[in-house]
Design a protein around this ligand. Structure first.
Ligand code: PLP
Ligand code: COI
Length: 354
């Protein structure tokens, strides 16, 4: 891998709060390599963050052959930098690649590229509480052809940028609308791959619910419209009587979140019971209304742990914990971010130091 340092570093401001809204500021460098059917992956390099030059007929623009990932680098208590379970994101990247008929990448090279990039742009890793460097690995199909079929050339690139809370209120509960008219993904489709088309397909419903004052959509299964799947940018968990955490089982149409998996492993060590189940929306709403469900929260890399204060379904709002952040969400948030920022023991071996 060759590394070229930009001659024109951007001016950055580590103290401006607006810098830390999510996904709008990008660091100085990027990793890129290209794939050619005859040569395989070639020209791995890190250079200045820059625009890509692509043919307008490039396959990605027409048929959405694209995948991406999201992970974070955290400034730890000693001033060093932690990556959280990057190998899980790399494995998921290659699973998504396979599903989208794209070439897999070398896992070691991908991890080395992330580490080298973060090391080079380490000044961009924020040290403010709750902020981190968001890392976005991506692969796009670049063959200039309109005939429908897998591309024969690809770009694999990684960009990074300082990021704060995904939702503007931080740990303040968000309101979520349960989609009754639209569906996100179906079993046998690409719902469990992290591919851009899943997100493009969700935008119409997101716009509709945002006009009604909700910030996210909760998707139901596409066949019966009965079972809970996931939220637009995160998986979802329900807390029963402050003790048991229940989340939809992986159905093949939802994203197997790294944060979801981390909670399923971390929560039992903190005394909670966990369960992955098929969850019927009507039963869940009844359990919210009766008070059996004491908290609801979403979980994801960008979203971290986001309490849900209100679930809207068919014109009725179901309020959870008086729209306040509950003790279980706060406990899990503190423990998970504690491991990520290095203030809690890394008892599962999840941290890679840069
Ligand atoms: N579900 C969707 C649709 C997502 O976009 C995300 C975020 O990446 C998640 C779930 C949570 O996944 P992870 O915890 O790996 O970030
Ligand atoms: C992430 O959490 O990393 C994601 O990719 C979700 C995205 C919609 C911001």
């Amino acid at each position: 891998m060759t590394i070229k340092i930009t001659a024109l570093p951007k001016e950055k401001c580590n103290t401006c709060p607006e810098e830390f809204s999510f996904g709008v500021t990008f660091s100085d460098h990027m990793f890129i390599q290209n794939f050619d059917q005859d040569k395989g992956w070639i020209d791995a390099n890190i250079g200045p963050y820059r625009p890509l030059s692509l043919d307008p007929s490039a396959a990605v623009f027409h048929y959405s052959q694209e995948i991406f990932e999201g992970l974070k680098a955290y400034r730890n208590a000693n001033g060093g930098i932690n990556l959280f379970r990057p190998e899980e994101n790399i494995k998921r990247f290659n699973r998504s690649a396979k599903r989208m008929v794209m070439p897999e990448v070398d896992e070691n090279l991908h991890l080395e590229a992330i580490k080298a990039l973060v090391q080079l742009d380490q000044a961009w890793v924020p040290d403010q509480e709750g902020a981190s460097l968001y890392i976005r690995p991506t692969m796009i199909a670049t063959s200039p052809k309109l005939g429908l079929g897998a591309s024969s050339t690809y770009d694999h690139f990684i960009i990074t940028g300082p990021a704060g809370s995904y939702f503007s209120g931080g740990l303040t509960p968000i309101s979520v609308f349960v989609a009754d008219k639209y569906r996100r993904a179906v079993k046998g489709g690409v719902g469990e791959a992290k591919t851009g088309g899943n997100y493009a397909a969700s935008l119409f419903a997101s716009e509709e619910v945002s006009k009604l004052g909700y910030s996210q959509v909760l998707w139901l299964d596409a066949v019966e419209g009965k079972f809970i799947e996931e939220v637009g940018a995160m998986n979802i968990c329900f807390v029963y009587e402050g003790k048991k955490i229940v989340t939809p089982m992986l159905s093949g149409s939802i994203l197997p979140g790294v944060t979801r998996d981390s909670i399923l492993k971390l929560a039992p060590s903190l005394g909670y019971e966990v369960s992955e189940q098929q969850l019927d929306i009507e039963e869940i709403l009844a359990d919210i209304d009766s008070g059996k469900i004491t908290e609801v929260f979403g979980c994801g890399t960008a979203a971290v742990i986001s309490p849900v204060g209100k679930l809207g379904f068919k014109e009725v709002d179901h309020t959870i914990n008086d729209c306040q952040t509950g003790p279980v969400s706060k406990h899990l948030y503190d423990e998970l971010t504690g491991i990520q920022y290095g203030t809690r023991e890394d008892k599962f071996g999840w941290i890679h130091k840069v």
